[in-house]
Design a protein around this ligand. Structure first.
Ligand code: ADP
Length: 836
């Protein structure tokens, strides 16, 4: 993304991160220092406490040892006796040298620098060595108390004028213990130089240290007296004094009764850690102390390292974050640079587009005054760029389109963009339809409109052509006498013309929810599907078929269909276009033609059979007539034979006549010359005569012919062509006799629904059902061989049918092969006035 910022943003995050890292490092260092300090201080306190303890015990022990020395000497009776003797006696030189010798042996112990032998009056009577021969003022002051002593004591450290060094004395009372009532007879004072033992005991420090120091003090009134030589103050022993009330002074705290360890300020004013303890059995207090500076010096060194590390760490973090920020800045400036480059490229690109664009590009101000126009605009409007700039947009609008300009610019201003079509005008006044895509742009707070205008003259022309072509197609489609239907890929109907609707009896809107299969007769659907697949696969260019279709009223029609595919630009199937021609009439005509042809062929075949029959039927009686006529000529033919021959000739003649009559009748029927001869008929009596006529055909016990009259005689007087009825009935009875070998023949009539229904019923060979329709056709015979055997031409039943229909009735049959046949026909029952 191109950055539009002028400056890189302040890296607050990095700064905060840096502060957090720095603060945490410093805090970490601080807490570490604190904890280390506390730990060191505690360690040092423990150490000081242990050292003070040790020293106090050593000093106490040293003092005890001195008191022990006093007891040892005080209980040495021989030595005491010697001393007593010497002190009570005179200047016995021998005794004196003995005593000196003894004192000398005592001073061999380095502790004791000088020994004085004092009598009970306070006079020095002996000494060793001989530095001090007098009792010092310190001892003199104590003397009244000392002579009351029962056991040895140690005096405190003190300085006297006659002794050059600070010392303390072990005063041993000399008692004559060997007497019953022991009394003091003198004192032995052993002077102790503390530099020899006591001070080293106090001052030596067990571990090397620059500021560690242990010292002993005692209280004198409200003062504290430092008893030993101090490390940092020369010649301070018994000289340096401090006030008991000094709050932070460990020595003052000790004399105030505080024991243990403390932080404080020592005699120099330096901050120290100190341990304080009282030396038991003495007025002394032990102070062991060390400068806090020394305690913390190692830590301070370590802390210096840690501080350096922290500083380095912070610097490194700062550096890293700085590098990050620097990188960010570099990236920012690089992006800025790239954005500048992109901007420049974009600008060049834009200039290029503006110059060479195929579309007209305008920039106008909000008053629609052109402030920039490209070369294409100059070319299109036939105006120079200079001429265009400063011109109002309305000037390049066709007069009819100017009034819309205001509304269009308002919409553009509101929505920010607009696309519309309008008409522009060139300088020469020619019109140019354009498509405009306009956008509102804001530069530095000023509104501009940028519009891209495309000359759509060609497109408009193409649209118009397309529209006309579509209109033409629509007209052809709609007005075509051939049914046309457009379906989708699934054969769902999209559009159907009126011929199609009419052909199938639907309204167009009823077709919208169905497919072409809905109308296709089920016998053709599978075949259609296969062929349509072949069509889609481009195996066949179009698909022609002749199908049956089902109309809305469920009647079936024939259609000749031509189905083609309409594909889209990607060659995908989009529509099927089916043109269907109603060929029902043609199909019916064809069927009739075929039927007629078949009929003609059948008729031909029947005629051939008829000719065979006729020739046989004619030849048989003719031969009989000719043959028996010749025999009649024979003179010697007996009379009986002659009569029989005449009978045969007569019958053959009748047979011949019947055949000729049949042929004549059929010829008359065919030529339409048969006329009805309607008159009164006595039906019952006519039928009785017919019954009688056929009685000759009855064979006893084998075949009987029975008449059934359906009306009483008085009702049987009717108006009709009686001859024809009798001819029909005799034909039927004749056939019945021909085809019935055994059983009975019943004939007669009954009145049914105002008609007379006649019947001729036999128990003969019967007629197979498939021939029931054909039986009334001319020349038809079920079995030529059988018929030939019985005689006949196949004309009888067709004559019957023609006559019955002429009489206004109909004829039919029912038959069971092997069981018999029942022929029936009707005629209207028209009675004569007499029959009522
Ligand atoms: P035909 O002169 O040959 O008898 P028809 O027209 O009278 O001619 O009869 C046609 C054919 O109908 C006969 O050849 C015969 O095969 C059949 N037929 C007619 N009547 C009967 C019947 N009662 N029983 C059986 N077959 C019959």
């Amino acid at each position: 993304m191109i950055s539009h910022r002028q400056k890189p943003a302040t890296p607050w995050l990095l700064i905060v991160l840096f502060i957090v890292i720095s603060a945490s490092s410093i805090l970490l260092g601080y807490f570490y220092y604190k904890s280390q300090k506390t730990r060191l201080l505690n360690d040092k306190r423990l150490e000081l406490s242990a050292i003070a303890d040790l020293k106090v015990r050593q000093i106490a022990q040293w003092r005890n040892e001195r008191i022990g020395d006093a007891i040892l000497i005080g209980e040495n009776t021989p030595f005491l006796k010697l001393l007593s003797e010497y002190l009570h006696g005179t200047n016995n030189k021998v005794l004196r040298s003995d005593i000196i010798e003894n004192l000398q042996s005592i001073t061999r112990s380095i502790e004791y620098k000088n020994i004085l032998l004092i009598d009970s009056s306070g006079n020095v009577r002996g000494y060793y060595p001989n530095q001090d021969t007098l009792m010092g003022e310190h001892l003199k002051l104590l003397f009244p108390g000392l002579i009351k002593l029962k056991s040895g004591i140690l005096t405190d450290l003190h300085r006297t004028s006659n002794v050059s060094y600070i010392h303390l004395d072990l005063v041993i009372p000399l008692l004559n213990t060997w007497k019953k009532d022991s009394t003091l007879f003198g004192l032995l004072t052993l002077r102790i130089d503390p530099n020899e033992m006591l001070y080293p005991l106090v001052q030596t420090w067990p571990v090397p240290s620059k500021t560690a120091e242990s010292l002993i003090i005692r209280q004198e009134g409200d003062k504290i007296i430092y008893l030993n030589r101090l490390w940092f103050k020369k010649n301070s022993e018994l000289v340096l004094q401090k006030s008991v009330s000094e709050e932070k002074l460990p020595a003052a705290m000790a004399v105030r009764g505080i024991e243990g360890t403390t932080d404080g300020v020592d005699y120099r004013g330096a901050t120290v850690v100190a341990a304080m303890k009282k030396v038991p059995g003495s007025p002394w207090y032990m102070i062991a102390k060390i400068d806090q500076n020394e305690v913390f010096s190692a830590l301070n060194e370590q802390m210096t390292m840690i501080i350096i590390i922290i500083i380095l760490f912070i610097l490194t973090a700062g550096l890293l974050l700085g590098v990050l920020e620097w990188n960010e800045n570099v990236r920012f400036y690089r992006e800025k640079y790239e954005a500048e480059v992109d901007h420049l490229a974009l600008r060049k690109h834009f200039d290029y587009i503006l110059k060479y664009a195929n579309d007209i590009i305008f920039l106008t101000d909000r008053n629609l005054i052109i402030i920039e126009a490209n070369d294409r605009a100059s070319e299109a409007y036939q105006r120079d760029r200079d001429e265009l700039i400063g011109m109002s947009l309305s000037k390049i609008r066709a007069p009819g389109a100017v009034k819309e300009l205001e509304n269009e610019s308002r919409i553009l201003d509101e929505k920010g963009y607009a696309t519309y079509e309008t008409v522009h005008i060139r300088k020469d006044g020619s019109i140019m339809p354009v498509e405009i895509s306009a956008r509102k742009v804001e530069i530095e707070g000023v509104k501009y409109f940028q519009s891209i205008c495309r000359d759509i003259t060609e497109r408009k022309f193409a649209e118009e052509t397309l529209r006309e072509s579509e209109e033409r197609f629509r007209k052809i489609f709609e007005e075509s006498p051939i049914s046309i239907v457009m379906t989708g890929k699934d054969l769902g109907i999209i559009r159907a013309n009126s011929a199609f609707c009419k052909m199938l009896g639907y309204k167009e809107e009823e077709l919208k929810s169905v497919t072409l299969r809905h109308f296709t007769h089920p016998d053709y659907i599978a075949g259609d599907d296969v062929s349509l697949l072949r069509l889609v696969a481009e195996e066949i260019p179009v698909y022609h078929t002749e199908n049956r279709y089902i109309r809305k009223d469920e009647s079936v029609i024939w259609g000749s269909a031509t189905i083609s595919i309409i594909r889209n630009n990607n060659d995908e199937v989009q529509y099927f276009l089916a043109m269907i021609e109603d060929i029902t009439l043609r199909k019916e005509a064809e069927a009739e033609l075929i039927a007629a042809k078949e009929k003609a062929e059948e008729s031909d075949r029947l005629k051939t059979a008829f000719l065979h029959n006729v020739s046989h039927e004619i030849r048989t009686p003719m031969n009989a007539i000719i043959g028996f006529s010749a025999l009649l000529n024979e003179p010697d033919t007996p009379e009986a034979d002659r009569r029989q021959f005449i009978e045969i000739i007569f019958q053959s003649g009748s047979q011949l006549l019947s055949i000729i009559n049949d042929i004549v009748d059929i010829a008359n029927i065919e030529s339409g010359q048969v006329k009805l001869n309607i008159k009164e008929m006595n039906l019952n009596s006519s039928l009785r005569i017919l019954d009688e006529q056929f009685s000759y055909k009855e064979k006893a016990d084998v075949i009987s012919i029975n008449l059934h009259t359906g009306l009483p005689d008085e009702k049987a007087l009717i108006i009709t062509d009686g001859t024809k009825i009798i001819q029909v009935l005799s034909n039927l009875i004749n056939n019945a006799t021909k085809f019935t070998q055994k059983g009975r023949i019943d004939f007669g009539y009954s009145l049914k629904d105002g008609n007379l229904e006649f019947f001729v019923k036999d128990t003969g060979i019967g007629i197979p059902p498939e021939h029931h329709d054909k039986i009334f056709e001319r020349f038809f015979q079920v079995d030529h061989l059988i018929s030939r055997k019985f005689g006949g031409t196949g004309l009888g039943l067709s004559i019957c049918k023609a006559y019955v229909e002429l009489l206004g009735g109909k004829i039919w049959l029912s038959s069971n092969p092997g069981k018999g046949t029942d022929f029936r026909f009707t005629i209207p029952y028209i009675i004569t006035p007499k029959s009522k």
